[in-house]
Design a protein around this ligand. Structure first.
Ligand SMILES: Cc1ncc(COP(=O)(O)O)c(C=O)c1O
Length: 272
């Protein structure tokens, strides 16, 4: 029987149904959440910024003092999963564990209800670049991020806005955060130790081309008091405007979101 093009995993190159895929309990990825990963958007059958994602994976592994995978071998895995997709959208995930296990999966993109209300949550595990080895790494140990989402939901929100020990805006547990003040974009600087989001990078490139000013900096939560739009994104999300953060409320009118989202979508689908 011909297989469906998604719901497939390759573990060290061996293909199986994702539903049947298993990792040994002794694998460091399971035992300690040790490893790094990437989630890559596939749009109309083509990956977006794949080499940038794989470069980030190498940087994350290096930050964790782990060896990078052989790029040619990994690319062969990725091609084997992406080629059968035809023109479909999908989510491609790559994991390299502390035991050196190489995992590549292909699934449908998740259908989500986009968050309307973010609740600030302290993120003491995110520290400035250079202060400790794994700072900024997209490590497999996402427990703290997931807990922040749950705590924000218990506090009546849809997701968390992670805030540093010093009270500075960082990022979401699984998304980048940007906001608009007087028509210009603000976002947390990478030296704070946030994940170097490739959606953020693309949006800042688009902003530069569209003559929208951008400042990357160290901003306290109070800065959102001047914002007209608060935007989130990730590799498998559009640009989403949230309506509330803490006590700040933002309007339905989101011209910067609308402009950025259109160009991002065009770029992801190779239209520009
Ligand atoms: C903590 C964190 N920040 C930001 C992002 C967004 O990164 P990207 O745009 O590369 O998906 C993610 C994505 O998973 C993330 O986990």
């Amino acid at each position: 029987m011909e297989r469906a093009p998604w719901g497939i995993a390759l573990i060290d190159g061996e293909e199986m149904l994702l539903a049947d895929a298993k990792l040994a309990l002794t694998d460091e990825g399971v035992a300690r959440g040790d490893g790094a990963f990437e989630t890559i958007g596939v749009w109309d059958g083509a990956t977006f910024r794949l080499s940038d994602h794989l470069d980030r994976l190498d940087r994350s592994l290096s930050a964790l003092a782990l060896a990078p995978p052989d790029r040619a071998v990994l690319m062969a895995d990725i091609d084997a999963l992406v080629e059968p997709l035809g023109m479909r959208d999908a989510a491609l995930r790559v994991f390299v564990t502390g035991s050196g296990t190489r995992i590549v999966t292909i699934t449908d993109q998740p259908t989500r209800v986009y968050p309307r209300r973010l609740v600030p949550q302290p993120a003491p595990w995110i520290r400035p670049l250079g202060t400790y080895g794994p700072a900024g790494a997209k490590a497999m140990s996402y427990g703290p991020n997931m807990a922040a989402t749950r705590l924000a939901q218990r506090a009546g929100g849809d997701d968390a806005l992670l805030v540093s020990l010093e009270g500075l805006i960082l990022e979401g547990p699984t998304f980048c955060v940007l906001w608009v003040c007087d028509g210009a974009i603000r976002t947390a600087a990478l030296d704070l130790g946030i994940v170097e989001s490739l959606s953020r990078r693309t949006l800042l490139e688009i902003a530069a081309e569209e003559d929208i000013a951008v400042t990357e900096g160290h901003y306290a939560l109070a800065d959102l008091g001047d914002a007209s739009e608060v935007l989130i994104s990730s590799a498998i999300r559009p640009v989403v405007a949230v309506r509330e953060v803490d006590e700040h409320t933002f309007g339905e009118d989101t011209p910067v979101r609308d402009r950025l989202d259109k160009v991002l979508e065009d770029r992801r689908r190779g239209r520009v």
